[in-house]
Design a protein around this ligand. Sequence first.
Ligand code: AHG
Ligand code: MN
Ligand code: MN
Ligand code: MN
Length: 333
Amino acid sequence: AESTLALPVGTTLDRFIMRQQEAFAFAKGELSQLLRDIALASKIIGREINRAGLTDITGALGRENVQGESQQKLDVIANIRFKRALVNGGEVCGILSEEEDDIIQTGNNNAKYVVAMDPLDGSSNIDVNVSIGTIFSIYRRVSPIGTPATLEDFMQGGRKQVAAGYILYGSSTVMVYTTGKGVNCFTYENALGEYFFSHADMEMPTTGKIYSINDAYYDEFAEPIKSFIGDMRKTSGAMARYIGSLVGDFHRNLLKGGIYLYPPTRKAQDGKLRLLYECYPLAMITEQAGGKATNGICPILDVEPTQIHQRSAIYVGSSELVDDLDSRLAAYH
Ligand code: AHG
Ligand code: MN
Ligand code: MN
Ligand code: MN
């Protein structure tokens, strides 16, 4: 298959990024370099993950993060590695991480970009060898070049993202990202330490039979969610698939069609997933791939950011499934 860049599948990520820069002249190379820095960080984190069981870096660290979650050792290691790659890469003036209370100044005050990230998504799965991921979201700064990054740089809203992507450390490691010109996927070849272009211009199937939701909270869901699930269960061939790693559930639904739901629950009245570094980036990828992402009231990308770790309900995936759920929720609100 060929992507809009007429690059053959099988080319390297590096060459793809170069061609993207030439074709779209979107930058003098800073965003290209930033994407390379993220790919490098993912290679380093991937290696740590693959060795976790051998080097006693699984398990909990014994402290909580700003989310009130017990931080896993690999959460912290991934956070450190990602930050270091971005600081050393020089293209980012500030970083927002799920694992840190406040925005992080990199010291690269002349850099043009900021990154919001979930360094390790699906932490509950680290110790049981189930797929986990990294999610990232990139904005062009709005604060003056030459000054430290500001909160405003991160609070521009989902539609101001210049790029968004994830890495899925699964049976193979893949990097999926968009710069607003379609969604492309790269598969990591361990032996060569390179990502190779593997899926061009990914499209979210318009419908699907897979739904991903944590059934344990069923009794807490609003009626429209229950009726939607009830009807999903009645469709022939319906499948319930919930990994506990959003990136894993999302990537499967992107390939096969389906919907991931994280509604408000008693424990998470505003939903559990974080707007700036989980919902926004996946919503950008989704819309670029022809899918939909909503909080049940408006598209995720139109949800106003009010604080850096704010949470949101999210219903994301095949457009027909999300539209169906949206119409049930609209009648309810
Ligand atoms: P993280 O590990 O980065 O904190 O995110 C975990 C998220 C998401 O990956 C997953 O789908 C969801 O939490 C699972 O939540 P429940 O265990 O409440 O279902
Ligand atoms: Mn977490
Ligand atoms: Mn997460
Ligand atoms: Mn995380």
